[in-house]
Design a binder for this molecule. Structure first.
Ligand SMILES: Cc1cc2nc3c(=O)[nH]c(=O)nc-3n(C[C@H](O)[C@H](O)[C@H](O)COP(=O)(O)OP(=O)(O)OC[C@H]3O[C@@H](n4cnc5c(N)ncnc54)[C@H](O)[C@@H]3O)c2cc1C
Length: 409
């Protein structure tokens, strides 16, 4: 739609059409299923430049089994399924130390432990679904530049490429990512733990097929994951997520391909044979960020703006998809009871339903980072004990696998 076609008021305005904002909008429109309920998504980056959009860049995401269920409920899984690679086994190992364990789909009694999707592919599916959805209005490229609370809801300033306008919303869902300027102008604080680490991501082609195995390898410089990717031009591809220190980041981004290949081979070994190709390398700073407030009258924070997690345990998007699905359930109930979507009692009920899941996911991720990025002797011993216990105790392995899959224990 064009900026001049905007209505003066919407029931729900979603700021940010990234992975979280789009999924939430589509889910809400489908569950509410009422053409009088108006939903608007405002996204800053043009869909023609999907590459430049923070959500849909060259990364890959491990979707949990729980996220698959959410996409199934949204009738999107049959499309997504065509572009994912199932994880049937996770091999966890500790470089240079004895101990390791394997989690398998057979042992957990599921078709797959998770599914790897390239963010760009997920972006394509979600954007197409948005275009086909009668219940969601998408304004792109346009930015929300200001937001002010009003008696019932929020007043927003929308800036398009040529003009700006104002509109109001009964509820604003702020899904504008971890570097939200709107959160700052609203004076919503955050607690931040900087890990002093970066994730280097790239796609790597190996000599041998991965056969659906994901590798999580803990090295002295930080955890390294290789996720199985679907084949492309007959190459056996894996998505590398390598956690490194600030100083290694510079070296690993700048070095030539041969040096990178040799350092990576040293860390990962030759489990999949020789590395034949390495894609473009990109680095992301890593921290744990939790917003100090997630709801205010007429406002809810969703996705990375509410909580940004270290990617080591692949929990960030999966958690946000569970939040989104919960928020949809609360808004559907509010509508049935003829309560306005921005009412505080609805938003508080949503937050109470999710807070435990959010804290557990943040804690699980934070402990995994600390335990596996550290070579202090006592942590090393704890790590070996942890891996050994996982190996020896199927019930513990089951609980760990279910956490990693985004399913409740
Ligand atoms: C290296 C790495 C690997 C990861 N791997 C996994 C994984 O395997 N599994 C997992 O579950 N999670 C993973 N994550 C986490 C996951 O990527 C995030 O949870 C997810 O990207 C959050 O999406 P979002 O929509 O909240 O924010 P973003 O992706 O940042 O999207 C925000 C959107 O808002 C738009 N925007 C910003 N400001 C405005 C404005 N003022 N007006 C309009 N639009 C605006 C932006 O253009 C953008 O499209 C990983 C993260 C990293 C860094």
């Amino acid at each position: 739609m064009h900026i001049q076609d905007l209505a003066a008021q919407y029931d729900v305005v979603i700021v940010g059409g990234g992975m979280v904002g789009t999924t939430f909008a589509l889910n809400l429109a489908q569950q509410i299923d009422d053409c009088n309920y108006s939903i608007l998504v405002v996204e800053a980056v043009d869909s023609k430049n999907l590459d430049q959009q923070p959500s849909f860049d060259s990364r890959s995401t491990a979707l949990s089994f729980g996220s698959r269920q959410i996409f199934e409920d949204m009738n999107l899984w049959s499309t997504i399924k065509q572009v994912v690679e199932p994880i049937i086994e996770i091999q966890i190992s500790d470089r240079g130390h004895f101990g390791g364990t394997t989690l398998s789909n057979v042992e957990q009694g599921v078709e797959a432990l998770g599914y790897v999707i390239e963010n760009r592919e997920l972006g394509n599916v979600l954007r197409e679904a948005m275009q086909a959805s009668a219940g969601v209005n998408l304004l792109v490229p346009a930015s929300i530049t200001q937001m002010k609370p009003r008696q019932s809801g929020m007043e927003l300033t929308v800036a398009g490429s040529e003009r700006s306008t104002k509109l109001s919303a009964k509820l604003v869902v702020l899904a504008d990512g971890g570097r939200s300027s709107i959160r700052e102008t609203l004076g919503i604080g955050q607690s931040k733990t900087d890990y002093g680490q970066h994730a280097i991501i790239t796609n790597v082609a190996f000599e041998r097929p991965h056969s659906g195995v994901a590798f999580e390898r803990f090295t002295e410089s930080g955890p390294l994951a290789i996720l199985p990717l679907s084949d492309f031009q007959q190459s056996n591809r894996g998505a590398l997520v390598w956690t490194v220190s600030e100083s290694s980041r510079e070296e690993l981004l700048r070095c030539d391909e041969e040096t990178f290949r040799s350092v990576l081979t040293q860390r990962f070994g030759e489990r999949l044979g020789r590395i034949s190709q390495i894609g473009k390398r990109v680095a992301y700073p890593l921290s744990l960020i939790l917003a100090k407030e997630q709801v205010r009258p007429g406002l809810v924070l969703l996705g990375n703006v509410a909580h940004t997690l270290h990617p080591v345990a692949g929990q960030g998007l999966n958690l946000s998809l569970r939040d989104s699905a919960a928020l949809v359930r609360h808004l559907v109930r509010a509508k049935q009871q003829q309560i306005a979507p921005g009412e505080m009692k609805i938003l508080q009920a949503y937050q109470e339903s999710q807070i435990q899941d959010q804290l557990e996911s943040a804690l699980f991720t934070d402990q995994t980072v600390k335990l596996f990025s550290n070579n202090h002797l006592h942590l090393l011993a704890l790590r070996k004990l942890g891996l050994l216990s996982l190996e020896l105790l199927p019930s513990l392995r089951g609980r760990f696998a279910r956490s990693a899959m985004g399913l409740k224990t």
